[in-house]
Design a protein around this ligand. Structure first.
Ligand SMILES: O=C1O[C@H](COP(=O)(O)O)[C@@H](O)[C@H](O)[C@H]1O
Length: 267
């Protein structure tokens, strides 16, 4: 089975513009966390970088509904990270912290140790200094494994069954840091170190498709005419080697949340 045939077929929701898209995605994310908390705790959410991803977090921060979530029972993860020093403004974590995460820790009861950022260069993890994307990826895989179900099938990576996993999509069709033509598209295990990213910075850390596919719900959020061709190609089924977003699938639901410009070429 190919990545594009794994999991739930995509459902597309189109919003008129990026502002409404971000507000709607934020409302949907809060509702998803609430619904998940009604059946289990803790719940696990995977955040994304990118334009709409960060705007969505800012909309969560501004929403009165965020008080309805029990943040003490939420774990936050990232789908990918730029391998840059801690606090660098181009890190997805830095942007997410500024938009939402730091405020949740400061005043909404989100425990600081529930914020699972991908290790930056120079971070010390279990006594070892992280110097390469591969070392960061291995450390992140170990953290993910702490929250995996007690038993997983052979070949399935030890990661939580994420309740919701957000992904932005680049104009080249990349999701997380899984880029067209890169060997990482076929990587096994939970995480990979990435070199030679066509979008700066060149070094990154990413979840693999195997890990993304452990999410109950995968949501691709994208806006703008420059995303339209790859959105249409992904929704038409790939191939994943050329359009990685085609492989973004959740076990229970795959949602594409687009603005009208990004959806313009989709059938
Ligand atoms: O580099 C990245 O880019 C994508 C998409 O970003 P956008 O600004 O074109 O929306 C993002 O999803 C990914 O997390 C990030 O590392």
């Amino acid at each position: 089975m190919t990545a594009a045939e794994t999991g739930a077929a995509p459902l597309v929701v189109v919003h008129p513009d990026p502002a409404v898209l971000s507000e709607a995605a934020a409302a949907r994310l809060l509702t998803r966390l609430l619904d998940a908390q009604s059946v289990r705790t803790p719940v696990h959410a995977v955040l994304t970088g990118g334009t709409v991803g960060i705007k969505t977090l800012a909309a969560v921060a501004a929403s009165p509904l965020r008080a309805a979530v029990d943040w003490s029972g939420v774990h936050l993860w990232w789908g990918d990270e730029r391998f840059l020093p801690d606090g660098d403004p181009d890190r997805n974590e830095t942007q997410a912290r500024a938009a939402l995460v730091d405020a949740l820790v400061a005043d909404a009861g989100l425990p600081a140790d529930h914020v699972h950022g991908m290790p930056a260069p120079g971070a010390v993890v279990d006594g070892t200094t992280v110097q390469t994307p591969e070392q960061a990826a291995a450390a992140y895989a170990a953290d993910l494994a702490r929250f995996a179900p007690a038993s997983v099938e052979e070949g399935v990576p030890a990661v939580p069954e994420f309740d919701v996993l957000l992904l932005g999509m680049g104009p080249d069709g990349h999701v997380a840091s899984l880029f067209p033509g890169h060997a990482g598209l076929a990587a096994r295990g939970a995480t990979i170190g990435v070199h030679g990213s066509p979008k700066p910075p060149p070094e990154r850390v990413s979840l693999t498709f195997d890990a993304l596919h452990r999410a109950r719900e995968v949501w691709v959020v994208a806006a703008g005419a420059e995303k339209a061709a790859q959105a249409a190609a992904a929704l038409a089924g790939g191939p994943v080697t050329e359009v990685p977003a085609a492989g973004a699938r959740g076990t229970e639901r795959t949602l594409w949340l687009l603005d009208a410009a990004a959806a313009a070429l989709a059938a």
